[in-house]
Design a binder for this molecule. Structure first.
Ligand code: NAD
Length: 423
């Protein structure tokens, strides 16, 4: 999986952005001050510095994090990211968004996130395995099938989930498949998990398009990021007749107003390692791609790519956030004023955690489901969540991000209040 090597500096931090979004929604639902204080903090933040022996015999020390935002009605849940730009502030924001995401689709989880500041692009498989196993050991005070369940995120994949599961199982002396999700099928992974985030994004796109009277068969789309979330979303949109005119990865973007053959682009990327250089399309930068003509824009890479600097130039009328945090609060306001509908990350990419939940249930019961069952249940949950958020947006007359947050925060506040404050 390709990654960006640019260093993004956040001023304000990504966690400040997450708290600002929270505050806007808390105002709308009139959340009391005590609950605001509770929910605007992360409950636990673990920072670990740990050594890894590299292939050349040298020893490197890496820094990693595991954060629990809110221990909800069940264990906490959230992915692990390996990326040079990972910081505690980013992980805290992502953990808070996981709480809201699980609540918006009604999963019995609180929110968590983890990450290691590293560049997996320059590491061998052996080094990655050493890093993953030692990081798992360091955060094993927090994780567990009934405590906190990691999953893949940027630059982590089923193999890494298998190493986490194996390491945790070795500590306990028996196999514990429920400790991670996104595992390989052979190790108790779920049918449909690999495609779940992109598939969920596409279910949400269908729901949004029908409310906007947008005929998908006559629409065009741009997808930024061509990894797990983006490539699946692009392929499924292409299969349902949407003209996908542009895609990108960290190496750059390609655009063709006639539409791209997404299966060919996937084959090209598998052959060459990037979407760049694909025949019959114009090459451009990621920044240029975002403002090209299209009806639907699917950011599926990293945070803060739609900002006050480019929001006025976005041509799409519908933005569906497969990535976490791609739109800044300033950009949200500009897009809303321009009538562009933004379906927020905590709804649009919740397919991943939803099928992770299915995988966890299957692991606890040792009873696998078929892919048809998985996709049908996913469809039911995503469409129900979309309808609830859409209805909330109409009721409060707010944009969909605030509506999704209102719904989620109300649910989390309700169960937090019912549990009470210990002791
Ligand atoms: P991935 O590592 O599989 O893919 C990331 C893609 O983004 C790659 O194609 C990479 O080349 C591209 N990219 C990286 N930097 C870029 C840049 N600066 N400009 C353009 N493209 C760039 O990761 P993923 O799992 O697909 O995650 C992508 C986003 O989706 C993240 O925000 C992640 O948090 C979110 N997400 C993922 C899941 C999941 O199940 N994988 C679930 C929910 C949300």
């Amino acid at each position: 999986m390709a990654i960006s090597t640019s260093v993004r500096t956040h001023e304000p931090s990504l966690f400040d952005v997450a708290v600002e979004q929270f505050s806007i929604a808390a105002d709308v639902i009139g959340l009391d001050d005590g609950m605001r204080r509770v929910l605007s903090h992360c409950r636990r933040e673990l920072t670990v510095n740990f050594p890894v022996e590299m292939d050349d015999g040298s020893v490197q020390v890496f820094t990693g994090y595991r954060v629990h935002h809110n221990s909800g009605p069940g264990p906490t849940k959230g992915g692990i990211r390996f990326h040079p730009d990972v910081t505690i502030e980013e992980v805290k924001a992502l953990a808070m968004w996981m709480t809201w995401k699980c609540a918006v689709v009604g999963l019995p989880y609180g929110g968590a996130k983890g990450g290691v500041t590293c560049n997996p692009k320059v590491m061998s498989q052996n080094e990655l395995q050493n890093l993953t196993r030692r990081f798992t050991t360091e955060i094993s005070l927090l994780i567990g099938p009934n405590r906190d369940i990691p999953a893949p995120d940027v630059n982590t994949n089923p193999q890494i989930m298998a190493w986490i599961m194996d390491t945790y199982s070795m500590h306990h002396g028996y196999s514990i498949p429920g400790v991670t999700t996104g595992k390989p099928l052979i190790l108790g992974g779920s049918e449909g998990r690999a495609e779940a985030t992109g598939r969920g994004t596409v279910f949400i796109t269908q729901e949004a398009a029908s409310r906007l009277n947008l005929d998908l068969g006559a629409s065009s789309a741009i997808v930024q990021g061509f990894g797990n979330a983006g490539s699946v979303a692009a392929r499924l949109l292409h299969e349902m007749g949407v003209k996908v005119v542009g895609v990108s990865d960290s190496s750059g973007a390609i655009y063709s107003s006639d539409g791209l053959s997404i299966p060919d682009v996937i084959a090209h990327k598998a052959r060459t390692g990037s979407v760049g250089g694909y025949d019959g399309a114009q090459g451009m930068t990621n920044e240029e791609l975002l403002v090209q003509p299209c009806d639907i824009l699917v950011p599926a890479a990293l945070e803060e790519v739609i900002t006050e600097h480019n929001a006025a130039d976005i041509k799409a009328q519908l933005v569906v956030e497969a990535a976490n945090g791609p739109t800044t609060p300033e950009a949200d306001r500009i897009l809303y004023d321009r009538g562009v509908v933004v379906v927020p990350d905590i709804l649009a990419n919740a397919g991943g955690v939803t099928v992770s939940y299915f995988e966890w249930v299957q692991a606890l019961q040792a009873f696998p489901w078929t892919e048809v069952e998985v996709n049908e249940r996913l469809h039911r949950i995503m469409t129900r969540a979309f309808a609830a958020v859409y209805e909330t947006a109409q009721r409060y007359n707010v944009h969909m991000r605030t509506a999704a947050l209102c719904l989620a925060i109300q649910r989390v506040a309700d169960f937090t209040r019912v549990r009470g404050i210990y002791p």
